[in-house]
Design a protein around this ligand. Structure first.
Ligand code: MN
Length: 308
């Protein structure tokens, strides 16, 4: 959230309190003289003379009371997309990438890069390709089976053993994802050679600069025409397709792991997951956990307690 902190005199703060009397909050934070709130900003004035302005119109509101010399700190709104997208990107021939499984305790991370040519966009719409968050798992499976026969793609599945190893080495999930996205793109570029996409669209999980920082030690790095956007499934069908194939692969991996466990492993990271993990520990021993789960999740501690 954008915010500005000003250092103001006691008189100014008193004038402000009167000015914002219609917006005053009943309760004030500790050490505050008053707090006010509207739909576009909130203000907290402290006895120290510091006044915090927050929200969409924080800067505008702060400008009413202070000048440059009063500013203690200021933070502007950061735009959602860190790189501007080229116009007409929606109808380009693109590689899109997305991942699944990062928030699930059980099961691997799956990352997919998918290439969708401009002349295939209509067909993919007919298949029902869209943001996978709006699709049920049975529909995703149905569409994915068609997609994998229609479009070139690269699927990477990171087994839990490998995930846990990387995590223990100090890799963040962001780094794990960035490395996998870069690899999936490289594989797919090789696969479709000599054809070249007009661009590559990554469903953004990290700012562009952070993404490249994560993969700076990789032997080969794709940089040309790479675009980042949040909610990229809604921008180009290649990302939606990648997301559907990744989800399909994740579901299949979960079926496989459930077979090995001897019972159905739940998705997500909620209370059901704790119980299933406790059952798994009792049945197969705690040493086997790393084959099925992302060990560093808080679920591990809860499951161990439950299994006692
Ligand atoms: Mn995504």
């Amino acid at each position: 959230m954008p915010n500005t902190v000003l250092m103001l005199s006691k008189e100014t703060i008193r004038t402000m309190k009167d000015y914002y009397k219609a917006n005053l909050k009943d309760s004030t934070p500790p050490g505050a003289h008053f707090a006010a709130k509207s739909t576009t900003f909130s203000i907290a004035a402290y006895h120290s003379g510091k006044v915090l302005f927050q929200g969409k119109e924080a800067e505008k509101e702060a400008a009413k009371w202070g000048t440059e010399k009063n500013i203690v700190s200021t933070k502007k709104n950061v735009p959602k997309s860190s790189s501007p997208l080229p116009t007409g990107i929606t109808t380009m021939s693109l590689i899109g990438t997305d991942e699944v499984g990062t928030g699930d305790y059980f099961g691997p991370i799956t990352v997919v890069a998918a290439f969708v040519r401009q002349d295939q966009l209509e067909l993919l719409k007919e298949y029902g390709v869209k943001d996978s968050k709006h699709l049920t798992d049975p529909i995703i499976i149905e569409i994915a089976k068609k997609l994998i026969k229609t479009i070139p793609y690269s699927l990477l599945t990171l087994p839990n053993e490998k995930y846990n190893e990387r995590q223990a080495q100090g890799w963040t999930q962001g780094k794990i994802k960035a490395v996998l996205h870069n690899q999936a793109i490289l594989h797919l570029l090789n696969k479709i050679e000599p054809e070249q996409p007009e661009g590559i669209l990554i469903d953004q999980f990290a700012e562009k600069a952070i993404y490249y920082k994560h993969i700076r030690d990789q032997p080969s790095i794709v940089r040309e025409n790479v675009f980042f956007s949040t909610k990229a499934e809604g921008i180009h069908l290649s990302v939606a397709a990648a997301s559907i194939i990744a989800r399909y692969a994740f579901l299949r991996a979960m079926d496989q792991l459930s077979d090995e466990a001897g019972f159905t492993l739940p998705k997500g990271a909620g209370a059901k997951v704790d119980l299933a993990a406790a059952k798994l520990i009792k049945k197969h021993g705690v040493d086997k956990l790393g084959h099925f789960v992302k060990v560093h999740f808080a679920n591990t501690g809860k499951a161990k307690k439950l299994s006692l």
